[in-house]
Design a protein around this ligand. Structure first.
Ligand code: BG6
Length: 307
């Protein structure tokens, strides 16, 4: 599908009356708006970027910065950016964009359906082209399944369509909305080793206590397949991040100084978010043989805390 299709074209081809429509979103970028008895959600084609997920009767689960840009070539700040094929700065290539090639790419829509059980399933696609090959010389097809029910399921499939094996990193860089990050408890990473990006990538060991965020936090937890929960007492809910085929988890909050340094993030927004990122990065990067496929999944659910 050529990327120049308008929201109206996409709506004619894929829209589902009263359930899912394509429309011009912020700054004219095309978005898919889903509304069912189970949830509301929004997804931009720019980066196949989920920006909103609100189970019916609940507050927004994903953080989206008021200062986010919505522009060609710029990443959206919040929601779920897709990171591929490298995470953070590309080793040995300072000229390459941070966090890979696809979070600002124009993805196409492969299908959009409502399941008999009411969930909406949309499949996005992006494949290597002259622009990506000029930076990263490999052939690939990405497919991304987004299923919106009273949960949000995301699955990123990487298909090596070239003739050589390649290594890649990937992340579903999920920004969770929280009431006050200082009051949140994260469980699921006990006794796990992590690289502390705020401390020269020192390798450290998490203790057995729930994690509290008390300063800038930028950690790559390695060799962990565990689900994580974020308990948010002020919001009265617990958010669960359960994953498959992901061997690393990144925890990130920029705190005060980093927040001020980011032009597309409000100075005062840092208490309202926490990234729990489902990844395969660093020593958990994936090697993919020619013709092989790899799928990484995450399921996000939010439940009320018992009072
Ligand atoms: C996190 C990284 O995943 O993303 C951080 O671990 C980084 O180091 C953050 O600062 C945000 O990155 P960006 O490119 O969206 O500003």
């Amino acid at each position: 599908m050529p990327p120049h299709l308008t929201a109206a074209d996409l709506d004619r081809s894929f829209g589902i009356a009263n359930v899912a429509r394509f429309e011009p979103g912020n700054d004219g970028l095309t978005r898919l708006v889903i509304s069912t008895p189970q949830a509301d959600a929004e997804i931009y084609l720019h980066g196949a970027h989920v920006t909103e997920f609100r189970p019916r009767g609940q507050d927004e689960v994903l953080f989206l910065s008021d200062k986010s840009l919505f522009a060609k070539g710029k990443a959206i700040r919040g929601g779920v950016p897709i990171i591929f094929p490298w995470f953070g700065p590309r080793a040995g290539h300072p000229e390459s964009p941070q966090h890979g090639l696809v979070r600002t790419a124009d993805w196409s829509v492969e299908s959009l359906d409502q399941l008999e059980t009411g969930e909406v399933l949309v499949v996005f696609r992006y494949e290597s082209n002259a622009d990506t090959r000029a930076i990263w010389p490999h052939d690939f097809v990405l497919r991304y399944w987004v299923q919106v029910g009273d949960y949000l399921d995301l699955c990123l499939e990487v298909h090596n369509t070239g003739v050589d094996a390649f290594d890649f990193e990937e992340a579903l860089h999920t920004y969770l909305a929280v009431s006050d990050v200082r009051r949140v408890e994260v469980v699921g990473l006990s006794n796990t080793e992590y690289l502390d990006k705020t401390d020269g990538m020192l390798r450290k060991q998490q203790d057995g206590q729930p994690i509290r965020i008390t300063g800038e936090t930028d950690r790559v937890y390695l060799n962990t397949q565990s689900a994580c929960t974020a308990k948010d007492p002020d919001e009265g809910r617990i958010v669960m991040v359960e994953k498959q085929n992901s061997n690393a988890t990144v925890l990130w909050n920029p705190w005060i100084a980093k927040a001020k340094a980011m032009a597309d993030f409000g100075d005062e927004e840092w208490p309202a978010m926490l990234c729990i990122e489902t990844c395969n990065v660093a020593e958990n990067a994936v090697q993919l043989d020619p013709k092989a496929k790899h799928e990484m999944r995450v399921s996000i659910t939010a439940e009320r805390l018992a009072v």
